[in-house]
Ligand binder design. Structure first.
Ligand code: PMP
Ligand code: GLN
Length: 399
């Protein structure tokens, strides 16, 4: 049977949402056999003991629906990690909800707090799932832009974005795509606005453990008066280099977490039990694991940063996350960031992500994001390819 080509209008917001840039650039990378420094995922497996714990957990007969908010082992481990790393006290029974990735955690947190018409303060450049979800919930985005190259917080503009209808700020630190880690001073300013406007914060802290020397990750929840109004989100994908697992967690004050649990109940209800149990093993790892992860990534950041600079790319400072951004205009490339990323994928065999994809409307068009969460020899090969491409001047967009 043939389906009619047109039926009643479906959801117009989703109909107007494009495929994510990460999928687009990964597909282009595969097509051109390019080294994928676009979509942020490590090219090595996470710790073998965690993977083994997941495999073992599959075989010991606990494969039916786990509890709605997560297996007790993982909820306990998330609470313990909050205490160990940040001194945050989280209720063991109701203070944590385990989700299917931070992606679900973000959506569930926004569902928990927003009513139609509420205003949400968002900081550009922003991660791609934030805006569609805010809009689908009928809330009104208020966008504030960080200014490159230092991505400083424009305080007067941030203050102006807050008003009587502000329900929350969605804050990503360490930040994708900029690698910015918000300072205590910036967080204190944000905290002041939240207190003044009696607003909430949803803190996307998926890169919490990927912070490099000279910077420190400070959860907003640790500032005075913030714990009671903050939902803090983490991701096992990032903390254990297992991005395909899609295990995330939200922690916060019980009255808010009860609502996050309701949202989760209606989104996915629960998350694979073996992966949850393995992530609990991971979170209990000694400090040396977390320090080693950050140190290894810092080495890769330095390698890519130095290599790109040597080729004439103007890199911007990155203190955390998987990413470093470059100003492509400094290289003399004739075209915007999208043209640049396409050109290097096709001509050089190295994929990157155009930073304009992290903006709404009129965006800066000269920045590209490279992921450095790759093996040393892979980054070396990517740099070698880029060197050949840069040598073949003039650098022009694809015809
Ligand atoms: N937030 C940010 C800032 C991210 O970069 C990502 C992507 N990896 C996510 C959330 C989603 O994390 P997860 O894969 O756990 O859903
Ligand atoms: N967070 C990853 C990135 O920024 C991508 C995740 C995804 O593909 N949805 O590269």
């Amino acid at each position: 049977m043939k389906f009619p080509r047109t039926v009643k209008h479906a959801n117009s917001l989703l109909a107007g949402t494009g495929t994510t840039i990460f999928t687009i650039m990964s597909a282009l990378a595969v097509k051109h056999n390019a080294i994928n420094l676009g979509q942020g995922f490590p090219d090595t497996e996470g710790p073998a003991d965690i993977v083994r714990a997941a495999a073992d957990a599959l075989l010991d007969g606990r494969n039916q629906y786990p509890p709605l908010t997560g297996v007790p082992e993982l909820r306990g481990a998330v609470a313990a990690a909050n205490r160990r790393f940040y001194g945050l006290e989280i209720d063991l029974v109701s203070g944590v909800v385990v989700t299917s990735g931070a992606t679900e955690a973000i959506t569930a947190s926004l569902m928990a707090l927003l009513n139609p018409g509420d205003e949400v303060v968002l900081i550009e450049p922003l991660y791609d799932t934030y805006l569609p979800v805010v809009r689908m919930l009928g809330a009104v985005p208020k966008l504030v832009r960080l200014q490159p190259p230092h991505w400083a917080l424009p305080r007067a503009e941030l203050e102006a974005a807050f008003g009587p209808k502000t329900k929350l700020i969605l804050l990503n630190s360490p930040m994708n795509p900029t690698g910015k880690v918000f300072t205590r001073d910036e967080l204190a300013f944000i905290a002041g606005l939240l207190r003044q406007h009696d607003a909430y914060a949803v803190c996307d802290e998926v890169y919490e453990h990927l912070v490099f020397s000279g910077a420190q990750h400070i959860p907003l929840a640790t500032l005075p008066g913030m714990a009671e109004r903050t939902l803090r989100i983490g991701s096992a994908g990032k903390t254990f280099s297992l991005t395909g697992w899609k295990v995330g967690y939200v922690s916060g004050p019980v009255p808010l977490m009860d609502l996050v649990a309701k949202a989760h109940q209606n989104l996915t209800f629960t998350t694979a039990p073996n992966l949850q149990r393995a992530v609990a093993v991971g979170l209990a790892k000694p400090d040396a694991y977390f320090q080693g992860l950050a140190a290894a990534l810092e080495g890769r950041r330095n390698q890519l940063d130095a290599g790109l600079k040597r080729l004439g790319f103007a890199t911007l400072p990155a203190s955390g996350s998987y990413f470093i951004t470059v100003d492509v205009s400094a290289l003399g490339f004739e075209g915007d960031d999208v043209a640049f990323c396409e050109a290097i994928t096709v001509q050089a065999g190295v994929a990157a992500i155009p930073v304009s994809a992290f903006y709404v409307g009129d965006a800066p068009r000269q920045y590209a994001r490279f992921a450095f969460c790759k093996q040393e020899q892979v980054l070396d090969e990517a740099l070698r390819r880029l060197e050949g491409w840069v040598a073949a001047r003039p650098l022009t967009a694809l015809a």
